[in-house]
Design a protein around this ligand. Structure first.
Ligand code: ATP
Length: 234
């Protein structure tokens, strides 16, 4: 008997965002399943963050044919301004590591990490301390984000993204600001966590050689300079 196919978590067709300067980033198609491990690579400015932004439901596409996430019609939600539904979907399904950490400045590090748990009314102290220990951020839990280094903020963002055992982990350059030895630790933690939960991982990185050692499939993106458009199929 053949193995059942893992669940499809994203089905997209012709989802795009055009910026004021005329640059367009288009996801031509995407068929992403639970368990997929995807690396989006490419030169600076080719559209990696924009792609993750649209996939994370944070950046509204301005054109699109189909955008299904976990069987939910996302384009319909955007069209009807169902922002609360989109926020709930984000909180319950996604762990997102933004390029610049994106921590809440007036909350202590511990509160930043636990914020996603509070949003969905869940608490798991053991997992919290496990993540904190793995990411070596025990000593800064009571600090505010501006009191710690950029690399520490990035590790806090990793903990915050994983705290709810999300089904979809999106990571924008998650190792860009940390020492190479810590980069390995972050990648190991990401892979172990998504393998345990069966989640999908979609990340960007310029450090492709290191990342590809962890079994990710690479999807290079490249802007066509003449038409100022990047077309990407995942
Ligand atoms: N808010 C904006 N207004 C105008 N243009 C934008 C905006 N955001 C992004 N762009 C343009 O869209 C293109 C894609 O940007 P994006 O940040 O997705 O690239 P990237 O591949 O993630 O780059 P990097 O590797 O430097 O992070 C870039 O050429 C950028 O100049």
């Amino acid at each position: 008997m053949s193995e059942p196919q893992p669940k499809e978590i994203f089905v997209l067709e012709k989802i795009s965002r055009q910026f004021s300067g005329g640059i367009t980033i288009e996801i031509v198609t995407a068929n992403i399943h639970l368990g997929d491990k995807i690396l989006i690579s490419g030169p600076s400015g080719c559209g990696k963050s924009t792609t993750l932004g649209m996939l994370s439901l944070a950046l509204k596409p301005d054109r699109g044919k189909k955008f299904i996430c976990n069987q939910i019609d996302v384009l319909e939600k955007w069209k009807r301004n169902k922002n609360d539904d989109l926020a709930m979907l984000r909180a319950s399904l996604f762990g997102f590591i933004p390029q610049t950490a994106g921590l809440i400045p007036f909350l202590a590090i511990q509160e930043n990490i636990q914020m996603p748990q509070r949003l969905i009314g869940k608490k798991d102290q053991d997992w919290f301390f496990y993540l904190v220990n793995r990411l070596e951020i025990q000593s800064i839990l009571s600090h505010k984000p501006h009191e710690v280094s950029v690399g520490q903020r990035q590790r806090v963002a990793v903990a915050r993204a994983l705290i709810n055992h999300p089904l979809i982990v999106l990571a924008d350059e998650p190792t860009a600001s940390v020492h190479p030895s810590l980069a390995e630790g972050i990648l190991e933690l990401l892979i172990e966590t998504i393998q345990e939960t069966g989640a999908a991982l979609i990340m960007t990185s310029h450090d492709t050689k290191r990342v590809l050692q962890y079994g990710l499939t690479e999807f290079p993106c490249q802007m066509d300079p003449q038409n100022q458009i990047t077309r990407l199929s995942l």
